[in-house]
Design a protein around this ligand. Sequence first.
Ligand SMILES: NC(=O)c1ccc[n+]([C@@H]2O[C@H](COP(=O)([O-])OP(=O)(O)OC[C@H]3O[C@@H](n4cnc5c(N)ncnc54)[C@H](OP(=O)(O)O)[C@@H]3O)[C@@H](O)[C@H]2O)c1
Length: 233
Amino acid sequence: MANILLTGASRGIGAAARTALLAAGHSVIGQSTTGGDGLIAADFAQPHAADALWAQALEQAGGKIDVVVNNAGVFEAAEIADADAFASTWARSIAINLQSAADLCRHAVLHFQQHGGGRIINVASRAGHRGDSPRHWHYAAAKGGMLALTKTIARGYARDNILAFAVTPGFTMTGMAEDYLASRGGDKLLADIPLGRVAMPDEVGEIIRWLASEAPASMTGATIDINGASYVR
Ligand SMILES: NC(=O)c1ccc[n+]([C@@H]2O[C@H](COP(=O)([O-])OP(=O)(O)OC[C@H]3O[C@@H](n4cnc5c(N)ncnc54)[C@H](OP(=O)(O)O)[C@@H]3O)[C@@H](O)[C@H]2O)c1
């Protein structure tokens, strides 16, 4: 069974993934912004927070981590008319949604090279393919960056037995999506989803569980969509 570092483990998709991974017998070292409930505290808006998290997680894991799941994220709106809010929201979004994942990937690759390999799972978004609303340029850009990061790691380190996967959920029923769904009128948005409903966190958690241990190595570099066919590539 694997030692798995899972970010954003307190709520939503991360909490569902934590439940699925624990049920499968894995050891999960979880993170949230403020900690509690056995999670390590790390606020990715703060410089070097991901580095400190890695050090703490490695210690907690007894010196060996097998899988890193970059799931923590924020979905905050930025009005393009407000230059200061636009700049600060971009900086915060990139720090939390992309840079922290890149920093943890960097630690993971260096660590996996010393330990015969490992797996990285990056939770991106349908927005990384399709774009997002006019108030969320930064979010789509960060998630698109995450997809490019994942493919780069997959191609660059497969020979070291380091596998990298991305997951791209569409709307998923968590705190992150609820306000947005309400603000856009739930029914109108659902009409855009052939399945007729948004994804549930445990559906995404199940994909993460599978990628963490069972997905075949030849799949490295792949992105798994989970969006009710609202965006078919
Ligand atoms: N829900 C969707 O519709 C949807 C769609 C596509 C992609 N996604 C992606 O799926 C992932 C999980 O989303 P979710 O809907 O489960 O989100 P969520 O319910 O809002 O939970 C977000 C998680 O990220 C953590 N987090 C938030 N701000 C952080 C910060 N500054 N530093 C460190 N951790 C922070 C939270 O910790 P605290 O509890 O401490 O705040 C929480 O564990 C995200 O990457 C998101 O972009 C979600």
